[in-house]
Design a protein around this ligand. Sequence first.
Ligand code: DC
Length: 198
Amino acid sequence: MPFTVAIDGPAAAGKGTISKAVARHYGFRHLDTGLLYRATGRRVLDGHDPSEAARGLTPEDLDHPGLRSAEVAEAASRVATMPQVRAALLAFQREFARLGEGAVLDGRDIGTVICPEAEVKLFVTASAEVRAARRHRELSDGTSFEAVLEDVRARDARDIDRADAPLLPATDALTIDTTDLGIEAAVTAAIHAIDARR
Ligand code: DC
């Protein structure tokens, strides 16, 4: 039976870094499910219908160099509110979790909707201010901290308030709050939780 680690949480809380480190540690495959929504959002910006954009995703779409831009993030967070888009992306994510010895999936609804049977569920979070400060440090385009914070809060609100698969911790998820926790300590906490289930 494959072993599944579900890692959910808001943007810039550190779940991507933790997911990659955990996947490397155990030799598990890793899927950043946010990329699926970003690639869909980018295709919608190119003029495609949202559900057709989600259904027609190709591996090349996931490698598109522009997926990290603010414009695509905004489009991703909009298509992520559409039930038909979420439905179109569900089977691929579940299939990914089933193949191989183990898989780490990170996103917003992995522990609640995509893999409710995951052996380990983590909810990685941090204050909006700390997450905005991390994003702001990564940007070199002169965007103000206040603008980044506003963007983080807007995306949080859209992820949390949507009717279909909103961002929330699974009841059996372990929360890792990285507001005052370094990345090494956060990865160690994740590895302890996984070791306890293996
Ligand atoms: O993690 P990210 O910033 O790359 O995600 C981009 C958008 O996709 C974000 O607004 C939330 C959405 N998303 C989602 O709704 N469900 C997921 N499993 C992953 C991402």
